[in-house]
Design a protein around this ligand. Sequence first.
Ligand code: IMP
Ligand code: MG
Length: 181
Amino acid sequence: MRLDDDVAEVLIGAERLQARVAELGRQIARDYAGLDPIFVCVLKGAILFLTDLMRQVDEHIEIDFMAISSYGGRRIESTGVVRILMDLAASIEGRHVLIVEDIIDTGRTLTYILENLRTRHPASLKVCTLLDKPERRQMDVPLAYVGFQIPDKVVIGYGLDFDEHYRNVPYIGVLKPEKYL
Ligand code: IMP
Ligand code: MG
């Protein structure tokens, strides 16, 4: 495949992804049973994760979307400047909210989202992230559900992009350095 040529290494294959997402879904279904939570998908990176995760949750849930930008153009470092590009459609006041994220890197984006959503008085506010790069953390953020901890490498696929590309790669791969250097 053409996109495979830009990948140095498959970090997490499609089957491992699905198995872990199913585990997370079952755990979340148990934890949120009867609470009618709202899953807040952080666009665009978390969209594949959300759609697979929600299929594994056999309980009443709602979904909503929020688009955030923390990088301008070609992304290597978080700037710390976060903007809401698209806000939630519905109120979350008094609701149990689960933020669904693709990856936590420095933690700056998530810190901003948590602070912002907290001002809207949800009944609870927790985070489910597919990937976690703990080595890069600058802000201490509470993560209730983590799919995989990964090393400090630029990864793409399963929704994650580099410069808006590679989101459609069906696994998590490490991008060849010559593609971003
Ligand atoms: P943070 O604010 O530094 O935690 O950055 C979080 C955001 O940066 C994520 O939601 C991703 O959109 C993006 N990001 C961080 N690391 C990677 C990566 O390795 N590949 C693709 N996107 C990444
Ligand atoms: Mg993202």
